[in-house]
Design a protein around this ligand. Structure first.
Ligand code: ATP
Length: 870
């Protein structure tokens, strides 16, 4: 017998059917309009061509947004006090009479959907969530928002969590979730819990249907300011930042499509992890970059010791670079003597100094002020030649000839070039690192001798740029100015990139319209100028250092060094930015402890919004992580986990016979001692076990950098189906700095593997169903902020954490020690029991025979080179 709920489902299905029918109609109309525009020959007046291109771009844009809305087109509805109902979806739709039938989630009216609570119902009596699969409505969840209805629902569905005032986030109980057809009402919390408990796919998804009130407020905050979104791990900072980008592009579309939005994230793997979110929301006008790629033409893949990266990020380096540029504008103590043919010429110290002052006063960058300097000195030299000529006064034309003779004279030219050379940023920096004299003069009193020694590189040719070099190159470029040649090449690269992008785009459009056989992509790409403009923002940034963005979004902002901030503000001089981060996760030794300190004097006005609910890490794991946070900063507050999974972290201790040294980069690199072998086998077994536990989900093995290569190789041997085939063996076990040379970026495949081995730095911002954490003591003892790194590693898992160690656990992990209450997996966890792998048996055996570890050997994972410090 059909229930009320079945009737409700049928009613919602009918409405959703109407929406999809309308979506199909609009799509078909748009497709037809686009087809018509594309088939026009385009031989009219320039104005008509421009108009046609603008139409084409508008239709194509609209079509791609309509396509992106296909999945979960409508996900909710609001019942208003006046009896009306408003449906909320990924895009706005109107019927044939232009009456709205679906409201875009970003429209002002949709705010109530996310923010209404029982205490503040915002004119609503009920919020309804729709669960859909394809075009089918499979579930309904209601949040009653008027108190009487709430009481009624609460007594009808006691224990389901109905009416907890969804939108408040925390407090979702485990085990909620009711299938279709049940008469027990579901709430918005059920939907949230479902989303949070779903297996991870290696890619972040949009959260538009379950956004929480505190998140929504941030997304809709004023665009014209610097907004800091602060929050612990898993609080949705990244998700919020991306949804904010989509919101800003919707609200300020014209302005932001012209100038673009720049999103900076910590690593290529991270960018790959988030790349689908904005397209799934129908937005593409965003440029993504890692700090290593913010200087056009350079991909900074080198690595260097943490202390060097930290020094390069120090604001004093701005003065050093400025000093280096000034130092290359030389005035020799005794002036210059030159021979030009039969003429003896002389430039005394004062003359050169005067020319230099005049050039500097122009306030032009070095390479363009050079013209003034050279002109001054060539004039002086020309005069000297003229006065030595018997003929006396010369007219302008003859003087000009003398000048160009002087300039083509190799000796004269070399001497003048030496005084004020043409410089590229790369040349300036490479010379600086290679020469103690240059560095000494440039640094003046800004750096100590020990700091100068840190920057020193053996030979200029060996320079491989690191991420920390990028802001220095940019700083230098700012002071040096463009070389004509450089600018020309950059422009060529940009035009080529645009052409390729247009061809691909046109190809996609033709495929979509089924016009492949009637018109070719090149023809469209050539005549279609509007998309070129549309794509220009993103394309420009990779080839044009001077491009400025309309909005800047920085993820993991706590890692940004003062020098990198200088670069970022040059890219976004309007200072309209969303900066998301967590100071407690900062890896940089001596990192600032407040946002004010981190942002420095360049940003005097900013607002901080705090997210407090952890949507990722279950409470069983977060309890352990919270101890680490407290040890690092007793005043810090850990975010509250929104759910528990009934599974405590598992610990596998590898028994080591006395006398065997458990850790050490050299033994690790070489494949190691018997103890190392045991540890590696234990880790691989735990990873296989975890993969079985989260079947279909994702597992990360997180270790100190020195172990990554060995663990990857061992995993590939033991379980090739689980390891990514192309996993890079970086960073090198020997700690060499040539880690990523010449690779076709295989690290990007990492997210597609069921099990990946990562350093803490590479795992930043990512999440996995299960994490196997290797030798936490090594992570704590690393060259970055060890406790912060441990905190990051512990908070990556959505379901299961296994710690494998041979050394003693760090004191902060006391709750995991065998003496602490319930260290072993709790019964009924739905995991660990009865898995078919050897690993479970091995783990159990190891736990049983917790042998006293050998005295921890000398810590050898030291001075690791790290590429993630900016
Ligand atoms: N409202 C929500 N609905 C569904 N899922 C959510 C919601 N908020 C956050 N999540 C999920 O929680 C997880 C953590 O979010 P996110 O990665 O944005 O956190 P974060 O604060 O950036 O974490 P970290 O600081 O560790 O990088 C993601 O899977 C995200 O999709």
């Amino acid at each position: 017998m059909p229930t009320t709920r079945d009737a409700e489902l049928a009613r919602e299905q009918a409405y959703v059917d109407t929406l999809y029918t309308r979506l199909d109609e609009i799509r078909e109309t748009t497709r037809a309009q686009l087809r018509q525009v594309l088939m026009e020959a385009g031989t009219g007046t320039p104005q008509s061509i421009v108009e046609r291109d603008v139409f084409a771009a508008t239709h194509a844009d609209r079509l791609s947004r309509l396509d992106a809305a296909e999945g979960r087109l409508c996900f909710g509805a609001m019942d208003n006090v006046d009896g009306g109902r408003t449906y909320i979806g990924r895009i706005g739709l109107s019927d044939q009479e232009q009456e709205p039938i679906l409201v875009d989630w970003r429209a002002p009216v949709a705010t109530a959907f996310y923010q209404a609570t029982i205490a503040d119902p915002r004119g609503l009596v009920r919020r309804r969530h729709l669960r859909t699969r394809g075009r089918r409505v499979t579930g309904i969840a209601d949040d009653p928002l008027d108190p009487q209805a709430f009481m009624a629902a609460a007594s009808a569905g006691a224990g389901t969590g109905a009416g907890t005032g969804a939108g408040t986030g925390a407090g979702v109980g485990a085990g909620a979730g009711v299938g279709v057809g049940s008469d027990v009402p579901e709430s918005g919390d059920t939907m949230l819990l479902e989303a949070l408990s779903a297996p991870r796919t290696g890619r972040m998804h949009d959260i538009v249907s379950t956004l929480q009130a505190e998140q929504d407020r941030i997304i809709r905050a004023d665009a014209n300011a610097v907004l800091v979104v602060d929050g612990g791990p898993g609080t949705g900072k990244t998700a919020v930042a991306l949804h904010r980008a989509a919101y800003l592009l919707y609200t300020h579309r014209d302005r932001l499509l012209r100038s673009g939005v720049l999103v900076v994230g910590p690593s290529p793997v991270f960018l790959r992890y988030i790349e689908q979110v904005l397209p799934s929301l129908g937005e593409t006008g965003v440029m993504f970059a890692t700090p290593a790629r913010l200087f056009p033409g350079i991909e900074a893949t080198g690595e260097e010791p943490v202390a060097v990266a930290v020094l390069k990020g120090d604001e004093r380096m701005a003065a050093v670079i400025a000093g280096a540029v000034r130092d290359r504008q030389r005035v020799p103590g005794r002036g210059l003597r030159l021979r030009h043919g039969e003429y003896e010429l002389q430039l005394d110290r004062d003359t050169i100094a005067r020319a230099r002052t005049r050039a500097r006063r122009s306030r032009r960058p070095h390479n363009s002020a050079r013209g003034i300097f050279l002109r001054e000195l060539l004039n002086v030299l020309t005069n000297q030649v003229v006065t030595q000529l018997p003929k006396g006064l010369f007219d302008q034309e003859e003087r000009g000839e003398i000048r160009s003779d002087l300039w083509t004279d190799r000796e004269v030219r070399r001497a003048l070039n030496d005084l004020w050379p043409v410089l590229t940023p790369a040349r300036l920096l490479a010379d600086l690192y290679a020469s103690p004299d240059l560095l000494g003069r440039a640094a003046g009193t800004h750096l100590t001798a020990a700091e100068r020694a840190l920057l020193r590189r053996a030979k200029a040719e060996e320079v491989r740029w690191t991420p920390a070099d990028v802001p220095l190159l940019d700083e230098a470029a700012e002071l040096l100015g463009d070389l004509d040649e450089q600018a020309r090449r950059a422009e060529e690269r940009r035009v080529e990139a645009e052409r390729t992008a247009e061809r691909e785009y046109a190809h996609g459009v033709l495929e979509m319209l089924g016009l492949n056989d009637r018109i070719d992509a090149d023809t469209i790409a050539q005549r279609w100028t509007a998309p070129r403009q549309r794509r220009a923002a993103a394309e420009h940034a990779s080839g044009d250092r001077s491009w400025t963005f309309g909005h800047l979004i920085v993820d993991e902002a706590q890692e940004v060094s003062p020098m990198l901030w200088r670069l970022l503000w040059r890219r976004c001089p309007g200072r309209t930015a969303t900066l998301v981060g967590d100071l407690a996760q900062g890896a940089r030794p001596g990192a600032p402890t407040s946002w004010g300190e981190l942002l420095g004097p360049a940003v005097t006005h900013y607002a901080v919004e705090r997210l407090t609910v952890n949507y990722r890490t279950p409470s069983e794991i977060m309890d352990v992580a919270a101890d680490v946070l407290t040890a690092a900063d007793p005043a810090a507050e850990a975010p509250r986990s929104v759910r528990s999974v009934g599974r405590r972290p598992r610990v596998v201790r590898i028994a080591v016979s006395a006398g065997e040294v458990p850790a050490g980069s050299s033994s690790v690199a070489a494949g190691g001692s018997a103890a190392e072998g045991e540890l590696v086998r234990g880790v691989v077994a735990a990873a296989i076990d975890a993969a079985a536990e989260v079947s279909g989900g994702r597992v990360a093995v997180i270790s100190a950098p020195g172990r990554v290569a060995v663990l990857r190789a061992a995993l590939r041997d033991a379980a090739p189906a689980l390891a990514a085939p192309g996993q890079p063996d970086e960073p090198e076990a020997d700690g060499s700095s040539h880690a990523r040379a010449g690779r076709a970026r295989p690290e990007l495949d990492l997210l597609d593997a069921p099990v990946v081995v990562l350093t803490v730095a590479d795992s930043k911002g990512l999440e996995f169903d299960a994490v196997v954490l290797v030798e936490p003591a090594e992570i704590v003892a690393g060259p970055t902020r060890g406790l912060a790194d441990l905190y990051v590693a512990l908070t990556r898992a959505t379901r299961a954490l296994t710690v494998v160690h041979a050394e003693d656990l760090p004191e902060v992990l006391h709750s995991l020690s065998p003496c602490a209450p319930s260290p072993s997996p709790s019964p009924g966890s739905g995991s660990g029991s009865g898995e078919n792998s050897v690993a479970t048996a091995a783990a159990a055996t190891d736990l049983e025979r917790v042998a006293p570890a050998a005295e921890a050997g000398e810590e050898t994972i030291t001075g690791r080179q790290l590429h993630l410090l900016w």
